[in-house]
Design a protein around this ligand. Structure first.
Ligand SMILES: Cc1ncc(COP(=O)(O)O)c(C=O)c1O
Length: 334
């Protein structure tokens, strides 16, 4: 696979560690490791750093001077896009959609929103249900009218170019597992806009790694999630010159842990965030990794991972905790 054919900027801290979660493994009775993509660098780290290495290189190739993107109010993707724009001396415009209906001050202004502004991005807010692709096109037209050169990064950076970042993660993981003498059965990851799972699946399938990927959905029902991840994985494999490398059966999502909707807390998420914080000293997030880990915990309790070796992909997002303090109740300890 010729990943080196694609323009890429090198700012991620790679390879990210692959570490055992010893206390969690004992607690759940399942051998569980963690791939620390929360340590990729770039404004508290996370999965978008890998995608942005390829997307920002494409933007520079196209002579852009302004990055435009969209997401939910507490979007991690927006925060990391703001950070790379700052690093590259580009302008950044972020369009935030009110997807959760949460108007608490910390949700509206703290966490990722605070960091977007700290990185010098401009923010525009939109009501739920806005056609955000159209809003991005209009914002790009405004940039052009002012004489700027916009580059649109769709929500989550989940294009085939962005997904190359997770093909790179697949390569890295296979090398690490080989060096450690580790036979991984399944990688568990939160899956939203799909570029993380799509890129991972494309990479692991092209490599014929024998490693499965289980996406834990955070927003839509299973069929819709799997279809969109499969479409993206297929396009990513095509881009890499491996058409047909991804079997439909390689794309598996479990969307039983979404709860009432995207970005809305669940008791499983709260339990998972607290469990990782208290057993491992690791921060996960309320919107993605918290629900992803809630799925892992529940499936482990149900025996789905018996005698398996599981890698949880920590895709970052802990900055979002500061937008969700109301979801946690520390009782008398507070
Ligand atoms: C912390 C975190 N984890 C996981 C995801 C999901 O990744 P993807 O959108 O590539 O499916 C996101 C997306 O924004 C995220 O911010």
């Amino acid at each position: 696979m010729q990943l080196a054919r694609f323009p890429r900027l090198r700012f991620a801290h790679l390879p990210t560690p692959l570490e055992p979660l010893e206390n969690l493994s004992k607690h759940l009775g399942v051998r569980t490791l963690i791939k620390r993509d929360d340590c990729t660098g770039l404004s508290t780290g996370g999965n978008k750093t890998r995608k942005l290495e390829f997307l920002a290189a494409d933007a520079l190739d196209k002579k852009a001077d302004t990055l435009l993107t969209q997401g939910a109010v507490q979007s991690n993707h927006a925060r990391q896009t703001a950070a790379i724009a700052a690093r590259l001396g580009m302008r950044c415009e972020i369009l935030l959609e009110d997807r959760t209906g949460n108007h608490a001050p910390d949700y509206m202004h703290s966490g990722n929103v605070f960091l977007d502004l700290l990185h010098g991005a401009s923010i525009a807010r939109f009501p739920a249900g806005t056609d955000m692709s159209q809003a991005l096109d209009e914002a790009a037209a405004n940039v052009r009218a002012r004489g700027g050169r916009p580059y649109i990064i769709p929500g989550g950076g989940s294009t085939p170019i962005g997904a190359l970042g997770y093909v790179n993660c697949a390569l890295e993981l296979v090398h690490q597992a080989t060096a450690m003498g580790l036979a991984i059965d399944t990688v568990v990851t939160a899956t939203g806009s799909g570029g993380t799972q799509g890129g991972l699946v494309a990479g692991l399938e092209i490599l014929r790694s024998g490693i499965g990927v289980l996406g834990i959905g955070v927003r839509v029902p299973r069929q819709q999630q799997e279809d969109s991840v499969f479409a993206l994985a297929t396009k990513t494999a095509d881009l890499l010159g491996h058409p047909g490398a991804v079997a439909r059966s390689a794309v598996v999502a479990n969307c039983d842990y979404v709860g009432q909707g995207y970005g809305l807390p669940t008791s499983g998420m709260v339990e998972a965030v607290e469990m990782l914080a208290r057993l491992e000293g690791i921060l996960i997030d309320p919107v993605y990794t918290g629900k992803g880990m809630a799925g892992l915990i529940d499936l482990a309790r149900k025996g789905q991972f018996k005698d398996k070796t599981i890698v949880f992909l920590h895709t970052g997002g802990s900055a979002g905790l500061f937008g969700y303090t109301g979801a946690f109740d520390f009782g008398a300890a507070a």
